[in-house]
Design a protein. Structure first.
Length: 130
């Protein structure tokens, strides 16, 4: 044992110990400053998340009867308990159905939303101008 101890220099031992310690690099996610009508509005704002959070992509479809429909998109950092949730909320006179999806790699919530079409993006604008 004493032969091994003398053969390993203190600097080599320090380097070996440092390589075993993992450094925590914060997860970066795209975020929206506010819910957006266009999913592309979210891609401009990367943010570092707290260590216990994941990247969130959320879609909320708001309806009022059969005559009005709006789709809102949000990206942010989120606690794991918010991931995989779907549900309904009532706000500003609309019934919203939302879906939350999460991922855990750097900027992984950049992917476009699955249900985006030009019609769903232009419909709210058309209705507000009407």
């Amino acid at each position: 044992m004493s032969q091994w101890k003398s053969a390993v220099s203190p600097s080599l031992l320090s380097l070996l110990l440092l390589s075993c310690v993992s450094t925590v690099v914060p997860l970066r996610c795209y975020t929206c400053l506010f819910p957006a009508i266009s999913p592309m509005d979210c891609l401009k704002f990367p943010q570092e998340c707290p260590a216990d959070q994941r990247c969130l992509s959320s879609t909320a479809v708001g309806t009022r009867g059969d005559s009005y429909r709006v789709v809102l998109y949000e990206k942010s950092c989120a606690v794991p308990s918010q991931c995989g949730l779907t549900g309904q909320k009532y706000a500003v006179g609309l019934n919203f159905t939302f879906t939350n999806e999460c991922c855990d790699t750097d900027l992984c919530n950049a992917a476009p939303y699955r249900s985006t079409t030009v019609i769903t993006m232009l419909l709210p604008l058309t209705l507000t101008l009407w």
